[in-house]
Design a protein around this ligand. Structure first.
Ligand code: IVH
Length: 699
């Protein structure tokens, strides 16, 4: 019935055909990006973590073999989520190569030794846990915290200084004996929530009917982005040091171990599990030991990190575009347990996707009682033939909701029958539509979809409106105060009706109104994400905002224009077009206009903010098309960004400078149509060499 989708890693294995590789790389980039979107909250995950890791690995291999076809926006190069209006890290925040097998660790050690011309030597490594939290970059100048940023896309992060000051272990001033401070230091580490504190907060949240946390990491991410950090200390977050960025005026440490000692003297928490060990085999021993003890420690780790101890050797090894060559993460195997699947229920998501969910005989997994697990989608369910009453193995990779990874077919009873996918929506009864591995309820008025869309609109990563958790939304739907998503914006006018409801008082009503007022001035990328368009998660929202700049321009975009945006394939483009063409969407926007919702167009703020207006290319936006000869696109991008410019992946009116390399095609035609200024690679090089001061003014 449903076709099985997903990747076939054997497609180009051993194949010298460049075209096939290029095609496969395109498919992998598109698939991985979509899975990233789903993972980050745009819907139900379609693949398991290990399938996802395999795809990333396959893409990395192909990129190493065919560097000429590497996509500039490849997920292997992207360190994190893009940030709008963010501030630049003084030194980029890198990612880590993530290894899962012992052989890969041995290869890493061999690469390090070869890279240092020590093929037979033994390297001293510092070993520490890989914390499963949210990274932060703290800039201290003259001993005072001047700003704290999220990691963002690795180059720029969001400014969250006030929130970070509520984290235990982050001080406004550096401590330390003799108060000998470096002139400037970027202290980096992970903000985490201990397991015990997470369990408490989750219970509190459940009692208050707020949207449940997916895991401790998400809880921390939400807390760090709170608009109002008052009282945030009580959340109970901790900061663990794992590295430094820029450092001026005090550079006496010669090893990572010494650096950690010094950082601890300045008042930060360094891992109590930090150990120095010699040789690649010691990395494996440390990994196995910590994995055995992982439940004894009160915080989540998803593996260990090994770092070459000697800082001079680190410098010699250098880095790739996304990760240092002197460090690696060795992941732990996910936690698993066997139990019985009592039933399969079907949920309806906000895009109408029907999702099968396993109801389990309760089982303990890493200190949490698990009663439900995701079965992804009906294609997945059919491929694996998971049946009611089966003995199943479940896996929890850090999230509260685990997934079913294996079935014990031998333990199946004789009368067992395959699960029948529904022909109709279990909530509204309308027929379902099949698309790839998914079944969809296509009834735009389906109450279950509306409920989910409202929950999504109010969720933290979307418009972040308090009091729009499940219990309250259900109550408001039942009372008829919410019938459609847009009714959210009319709630401030329903004061009397709301105050008549149970659990509503002046205070909670005022909080709701304040939340809705804030939500009436959304930034374009967040707003697009909040719309809950199928296949449009945070990344695509951000790309669309970048390319079109304003909601009106995006609404008027043709399918062809949508397809010109990097990372937008036919599926996404059609979904966006369909959404904007729906009569219900027109009503939605009319209602938002009436309520005074104003979506901020994406100004050229990123460039201006980053540069404080002082850099020569501040305010200019570069877009590259075609191949460059004297430098790679990444280098070109880095150079113009260092001079204060921003870069865009798609061609739009916002672009001020188009750099046309060899073989520039459709994008260049579009640039000509838009009347944009086009420069050659030579002109770009001159501009860079002149420190951004030559080349005229594009405005
Ligand atoms: S070192 C250049 N050490 O994992 C060094 N990172 O996958 C890069 N992380 O961005 C990071 N624990 O957010 C390092 N002990 C640890 C870590 C750690 C957690 C996170 C960090 C980093 C990500 C890389």
């Amino acid at each position: 019935m449903v076709e099985s989708r997903g990747a076939d890693p054997s497609k180009v294995r051993g194949e010298a055909d460049e075209n096939a590789a290029r095609e496969r790389m395109r498919t992998l980039v598109a698939d991985i990006r979509r899975y990233d979107e789903l993972y980050h909250g745009a819907g139900a995950p379609e693949v398991s973590d290990s399938e996802y890791d395999d795809l990333v690995r396959e893409l990395c291999d192909l990129e190493a073999r065919f560097p000429q076809w590497v996509d500039r926006g490849s997920p292997t190069r992207r360190v994190g989520a893009p940030v709008h209006g963010g501030l630049a890290h003084l030194v980029p925040m890198l990612s880590l190569d993530s290894l899962t097998s012992n052989d890969e660790v041995r290869d890493f050690d061999e690469r390090v030794r070869k890279g240092l011309d020590l093929p037979d030597g033994e390297i001293d490594y510092m070993l520490e846990p890989k914390y499963d939290g949210v990274s932060a970059n703290l800039l201290y100048e003259g001993g005072r915290l001047v700003r704290g940023l999220t990691r963002g896309d690795g180059k720029t992060g969001e400014e969250i200084t006030r929130n970070l000051l509520c984290v235990h272990g982050i001080q406004p001033e550096l401590g330390g004996p003799g108060r000998l401070w470096p002139e400037r230091i970027e202290v980096r580490g992970e903000v985490i929530l201990s397991r015990s504190r997470f369990v408490e907060l989750r219970a509190e949240r459940e009692a208050a009917d707020e949207v449940p946390f997916r895991n401790a990491r998400n809880a921390v991410a939400g807390a760090l982005k709170r608009n109002e950090p008052d009282g945030l200390e009580a959340f109970g977050m901790d900061f663990f040091f794992w590295g430094i960025g820029d450092l001026r005026g005090f550079e006496s440490a010669t090893t990572y171990g010494e650096l950690c000692q010094w950082i601890a003297d300045l008042g930060f928490t360094v891992s109590p599990q930090l150990t120095r060990a010699r040789g690649g085999a010691a990395i494996l021993d440390y990994h196995d030991d910590l994995e055995r003890r992982r439940d004894e420690l009160d915080y989540e780790m998803d593996g260990i990190v090994a770092k070459v101890d000697d800082l001079a050797l680190q410098r010699r090894l250098g880095r790739t575009a996304r990760a240092p060559r002197w460090a690696c993460a060795h992941k732990f195997a996910p936690r698993r347990a066997w139990t019985k699947m009592l039933d399969i229920t079907v949920g309806v998501g906000r895009t109408g996707a029907l999702t099968p969910v396993a109801v389990l005989e309760p089982v303990e997994l890493a200190g949490v009682t698990v009663q439900r697990a995701t079965l992804h989608n009906f294609g997945w369910l059919e491929d694996r033939d998971v049946r009611v009453d089966d003995r199943v193995e479940i896996e929890r990779a850090g999230d509260v909701i685990p997934e079913v990874v294996r079935v014990d077919v031998d333990a199946r009873s004789a009368g067992s029958q395959p699960f029948q996918a529904p022909q109709a929506c279990p909530r509204c009864g309308e027929p379902v539509h099949e698309e790839g591995a998914f079944l969809y309820c296509t009834n735009i008025d389906c109450e279950a979809q509306i409920r989910q869309r409202i929950l999504h609109l109010g969720s933290r990563r979307a418009l972040d409106i308090d009091r729009l958790g499940e219990k309250y939304v259900d109550q408001l739907l039942e009372a008829g105060l919410l019938k459609r998503v847009e009714d959210v914006f009319a709630l401030p006018e329903r004061r009397e009706a709301l105050l008549n409801l149970e659990r509503w008082g002046e205070q909670s009503f005022n909080n709701l109104v304040a939340g809705i007022d804030r939500a009436k001035r959304p930034q374009l990328p967040r707003f697009l994400f909040a719309l809950g368009i199928r296949h449009v998660g945070e990344q695509v929202s951000s790309d669309l905002a970048d390319a079109f700049g304003s909601l009106d321009t995006l609404r008027a975009a043709t399918l062809e224009q949508l397809l010109e945006v990097d990372g937008v394939g036919p599926k996404v483009a059609e979904s966006v077009r369909d959404f904007f063409e729906l009569p219900a969407t027109a009503h939605f926007f009319e209602a938002l206009d009436r309520a005074g919702v104003v979506v901020s167009a994406l100004e050229k703020v990123e460039a201006d903010d980053n540069a404080g207006g002082a850099l020569p290319l501040a305010g200019r936006i570069f877009c590259f098309t075609g191949g460059l000869e004297t430098l790679t696109r990444d280098q070109a991008r880095e150079r113009v960004e260092a001079l204060g410019a921003a870069t865009a992946s798609g061609m739009s009116r916002r672009v001020t400078d188009v750099v046309a390399g060899t073989g520039a095609g459709a994008k260049l035609e579009k640039a000509a149509k838009l009347g944009l200024r086009v420069i050659t690679e030579e002109e770009l090089t001159q501009l860079i060499e002149a420190g951004g001061k030559a080349g005229g003014d594009a405005e």
